[in-house]
Write a protein that binds this ligand. Structure first.
Ligand SMILES: [Zn+2]
Length: 215
């Protein structure tokens, strides 16, 4: 096995943020077989604590998105990690990422949704749906956490804007603490915004996120 370059301070911050997310009500939802729940955030925190998901300081390989957005963080599923290749890992820009700043915490929650799909879905899935559900997870966290968030520069009709509108609609109808069902018709605008931002258009619409679980 290659050495796992976990940054201990970063791993502590990531696990702490995910345990907070695990304790929040109104964060659980299901879209198709993408299921995000508090318990699952807790499982990812445990995997980080155990070093089975590494936390590295660095720049994501996908930093510049086709739609012009910049990604500061990435969950790398490392397909084939069961065979002893590079470990599954979060790549985040600084050791103290998520320690003080609400927006950094919601970025961690977004990446953790990808980790949840890697662990619990554990099979290739449409990247558009992988991303849309990660944005929705982030939006639920933003609405329910006590952290303060800055929404200055929020792109109108961009992924976060549409994810927040969807989260608000779902929270208005869904009893607190129960897993909400997300319907295709209501997530379509978010999926369309993700497709533009990430370049999942035309021939790229079928791009897959390759998930195979965490060894
Ligand atoms: Zn993402």
């Amino acid at each position: 096995m290659p050495s796992i370059t976990t940054d201990a301070e970063l791993a502590r911050n990531v696990a702490k943020v995910l345990r907070e997310a695990a304790g929040l009500r109104n964060t659980a939802f299901q879209y198709k077989n993408f299921v995000v729940t508090g318990i699952r955030y807790g499982v990812i925190a445990d995997l980080v604590d155990a070093g089975r998901i590494a936390c590295s300081v660095g720049t994501p390989s996908s930093a510049n998105l086709p739609g012009g957005s910049r990604a500061v963080a990435e969950y790398v599923a490392s397909p084939g990690s069961r065979g002893g290749h590079a470990p599954d890992q979060f790549i985040l820009p600084r050791s103290n990422f998520g320690e003080f700043i609400g927006n950094e915490r919601m970025t961690i929650v977004h990446e953790a949704a990808h980790a949840i799909h890697d662990v619990f879905l554990a099979m290739p899935c449409l990247a558009i749906e992988d991303e849309a559900t990660a944005w929705l997870a982030q939006a639920f966290y933003l609405r329910t956490s006590n952290s303060s968030f800055s929404l200055g520069g929020l792109q109108v009709n961009g992924p976060l804007d549409l994810a927040l509108k969807l989260a608000d609609r779902i929270m208005a109808r869904n009893p607190a603490g129960l897993t909400a069902t997300v319907h295709e018709a209501e997530i379509m605008p978010l999926k369309a915004a993700v497709a533009i931002d990430y370049g999942f258009l035309a021939g790229a619409a079928g791009i897959l996120s390759v998930y195979d679980g965490v060894p």
